[in-house]
Design a protein around this ligand. Structure first.
Ligand SMILES: Cc1cc2nc3c(=O)[nH]c(=O)nc-3n(C[C@H](O)[C@H](O)[C@H](O)COP(=O)(O)OP(=O)(O)OC[C@H]3O[C@@H](n4cnc5c(N)ncnc54)[C@H](O)[C@@H]3O)c2cc1C
Length: 761
């Protein structure tokens, strides 16, 4: 029993001092990935999150779908899903939670973090103050957990602010901005003439569900009446069946103070949300809503924008649109520049304007490094970006991917005992890029270095190598209601001759174009190399389109068939790593109307969108290609790329090979401690965390079963049920051998085994 008498002095809460190597404040996806990445690279980390679960806006407390460069697969960024820790998380989520339950996503994040022995996780703990060692250096942060009444003082040589509002950086005195820059300041043609205080606002979501009996609803007194809701012009777009993220436009606060007035903004959003639900249920304007009930309403608003902090570089509109190449690139983005009117739901203007670039863009390390505080990193929506660039960098998987870079950089700083700015030395940046790419980051254009890879010293042969001469028709056909294209990686040289079986409803003409991208690494077919139109007789026929007089660079080409609803094209059930079909059609979710049109003098580009369909739709076209393409050789597994980039970059076996095998032989015996395999988890597929359901719980291209052996038959690893991109096999005892044999099972009867890369240490 504890009995304490009256204390004249005020009592103090329990105090606990923690000393660590890296403090991450904020457990959104940016902070979570920064913490995991640093912990895996050997740093002791304290991750402080003011809420009961991790994930920030992606958590069950806000229920927003996490997205990044794949952009709902609605723009031209092919194979652009972010790699690394966030990829591992998203693939776990696909496996365990393909129906998008936000509670399960919470547990996946928690599992990932507590699995890391180097992370101390403080939940329900809010950082509220910073102690400085001197004017430009943080000594410790102070945080309080209301659940265990503990006041923590956490010291470290390095800090990362991933709190969204930038509380640590603000308290530390770092320079920041709120609002939007003028056109003149960075030469951003999309910006306003004058700087202003217009921000993106907050949103509260609600989710509804259908019961098997009618459910009545009485709104709380504070809700707006449905007459008030009806008076808001945007509410004319409501569909009774819409729920969750589909109501992203219930936005408010962009003309208020999005930090200090957040509670007031939340009340306004509650009035709107409950009023909208009342309108749906009781106005009589919606069919089939009697059995709907309100399943969940947010209590914490999703914040879009507040402070942005000034780093060593501020990424801007031109960097996104022109895809600037940075020597210190550590991450990439690909969401549109997505700006909303500050009045939010009350604006007369469209709820957003989204302008895409023609491909993914790099984000430099300097955007994450505080300009003013020598031991502080930024991660998440607060990174050093102009308001316009922030319109793109702010999405959660982009934030997570940047967070990974910060974590890996912090671990390097700790090892080398240097500051984040000192890491900018070219040799350190090159090492950071390699460390990140070894973990799957896939910084655009940066290849893994062969010198540290034992596999690159071996002679590599395969039991078979796919010679790609097209697909076998499976008997199905696709009506050519919109133009579509088979994306194929070509070697430098002459163009192909393409054959395809078509079925015409009447005599007509079929036009086929060979297109490529001005920037070779992009997937925007803005160059028409050649157009061929052939007459087609009614019924089934096989056509040949001869592009052999075109000369191609090493890059992806689009075999485009232009829209003609009188024609059906033969399709196939086969899937092959690094090729897919794209369609020139509308994708409303990301402002894709088939073609991007832009305001005059906005610094933006007009181009067509050619985007995939989600499985089970979007089957490959049963085209024949002559001459056949030989770019799936065994040696691709040491070319340093772990996803398609200019080429497929994969060894792909022949589907007829009963036992696809790679054999590595060294001139003499080598000793290895780790083998890392990089599989095809279809980096094109967006893996939204909530609301969207996914067709499959693992990617059909991904090898599930494989065995690694020495030539004496010793089994080093036997894996079944794999669904992850990266498999790291740490050998308990180092192995010395001259031969390594890797046997793979094809993922299915329609998909040949493929491997992007082998790294051996
Ligand atoms: C309605 C809406 C729609 C959007 N649409 C999309 C979309 O479709 N897809 C997408 O990916 N992104 C979207 N965004 C953007 C995205 O959600 C944010 O930009 C993103 O969450 C930023 O990530 P973050 O990690 O910086 O911040 P957050 O996700 O906000 O995470 C910050 C975390 O820090 C914690 N924290 C804050 N202060 C403290 C403190 N003092 N101490 C400890 N912890 C603290 C918070 O609890 C939070 O968990 C949208 C945003 C909103 C609001």
């Amino acid at each position: 029993m504890i009995k304490q008498n009256f204390n004249e002095a005020a009592r103090e809460n329990k105090k606990q001092q923690l000393n660590t190597q890296f403090v991450v404040a904020g457990g959104g996806l940016a902070g979570t990935c920064a913490a995991i990445s640093a912990a895996r690279a050997g740093s002791k980390v304290v991750l402080i999150q003011d809420r009961p679960v991790l994930g920030g806006n992606a958590s069950s407390e806000v229920r927003l779908w996490a997205l990044g460069a794949t952009s709902h697969m609605g723009n031209n960024n092919r194979w652009s899903r972010e790699g690394g820790v966030i990829d591992e998380i998203m693939l776990d989520n696909l496996k365990l939670n393909r129906h998008g339950n936000p509670l399960i996503f919470d547990t996946i994040l928690l599992d990932k973090v507590i699995a890391e022995k180097n992370i101390t996780l403080l939940l329900n703990t809010s950082v509220f103050d910073v102690n400085k060692q001197h004017s430009t250096k943080i000594a410790s942060v102070e945080a309080f957990c209301s659940q265990n009444s503990t006041h923590y003082i956490i010291s470290a040589p390095l800090f990362c602010d991933a709190t969204g509002d930038g509380l640590v950086a603000f308290n530390a005195g770092a320079g920041f901005r709120i609002g939007a820059e003028s056109k003149a300041e960075f030469g951003e043609l999309l910006a306003s003439d004058e700087e202003n205080m217009e921000l993106l606002g907050h949103t509260l979501f609600f989710y509804s569900k259908k019961m098997d009996q009618p459910i009545s609803y009485k709104a709380p007194d504070f809700a707006y009446s449905y007459e008030q809701i009806e008076a808001i012009p945007r509410c004319k777009d409501i569909a009774g069946s819409d729920s969750g993220c589909k109501f992203w436009w219930i936005e408010f606060g962009g003309i208020r103070d999005t930090i200090y007035e957040t509670e007031d903004i939340k009340w306004e959003l509650w009035k709107l949300v409950y009023g909208i639900w009342d309108y749906i249920k009781n106005s009589g304007r919606f069919d089939d809503v009697e059995n709907l009930t309100l399943e969940w309403v947010g209590t914490i608003p999703g914040k879009r924008e507040s402070r942005r902090f000034e780093g060593e570089y501020m990424i801007k509109q031109q960097d996104i649109i022109e895809q600037t190449q940075f020597n210190d690139a550590v991450s990439f983005g690909g969401w549109a520049i997505d700006i909303h009117p500050a009045e939010g739901i009350y604006s007369e203007r469209p709820p957003c304007s989204q302008y895409h670039s023609k491909g993914v863009y790099q984000i430099p390390y300097r955007c994450f490094v505080s300009r003013d505080i020598e031991n502080l990193y930024y991660a998440g929506r607060i990174i050093s970006a102009t308001h316009m660039a922030f319109g793109s960098t702010r999405v959660m998987i982009t934030c997570a991917h940047g967070g990974q870079a910060v974590g890996a950089a912090a671990a390097m700083c700790n090892k080398l005992n240097i500051t984040p700015k000192e890491l900018l030395q070219p040799e350190h940046i090159a090492q950071l890029q390699q460390n990140l790419n070894l973990n799957g980051q896939s910084i655009p254009g940066i290849r893994l270095d062969k010198h540290n890879n034992l596999a690159a010293q071996a002679s590599i042969t395969a039991s078979s190598e796919l010679v790609f001469n097209g697909f076998q028709p499976s008997g199905s056909r696709m009506q050519l209601d919109s133009s579509c294209a088979q994306l194929v990686a070509f070697a430098k040289g002459q163009g192909p001759t393409i054959s395809i079986t078509v079925f015409a409803h009447k005599e007509t003409e079929l036009t086929c174009q060979l297109r490529t991208s001005i920037k070779h690494e992009n997937y925007t077919p803005d160059v028409i190399n050649k157009t061929i139109s052939l007459s087609v007789t009614a019924g089934e026929s096989t056509l040949e389109f001869d592009f052999s007089d075109c000369s191609l660079e090493m890059q992806y080409g689009f075999i485009c068939f232009l829209q003609n609803s009188d024609i059906e094209l033969a399709t196939t059930e086969q899937l092959i790593t690094g090729t897919m079909v794209v369609f020139n059609k509308v994708h409303k979710a990301v402002s894709n109307k088939g073609k991007q049109t832009v305001p005059e003098n906005s610094g933006l580009e007009e181009f067509e969108f050619w985007t995939p369909a989600r499985r089970p739709n979007g089957q490959n076209l049963a085209i024949g290609i002559s001459p056949a393409i030989h770019n799936h050789q065994a040696t691709q597994v040491i070319n340093g790329f772990v996803r398609p980039w200019l080429q497929t970059n994969a060894w792909v076996a022949d589907l007829a090979d009963p036992s696809p095998t790679l054999r590595l032989v060294w001139p003499e015996k080598v000793t290895m401690r780790q083998i890392v395999l990089y599989f095809d988890s279809d980096f094109d597929h967006a893996l939204e965390t909530v609301l969207m359901e996914h067709n499959e719980d693992q990617v059909p291209y991904c090898v599930q079963t494989y065995t690694i052996k020495t030539d004496s038959g010793e089994v080093i690893a036997h894996v079944t049920g794999n669904y992850q991109s990266i498999n790291k096999i740490d050998l308990v005892e180092p192995i010395t051998t001259q031969h390594l044999i890797l046997e793979f099972a094809h993922p299915s009867k329609n998909v040949p085994a493929a491997l992007f890369e082998i790294q051996i240490k």
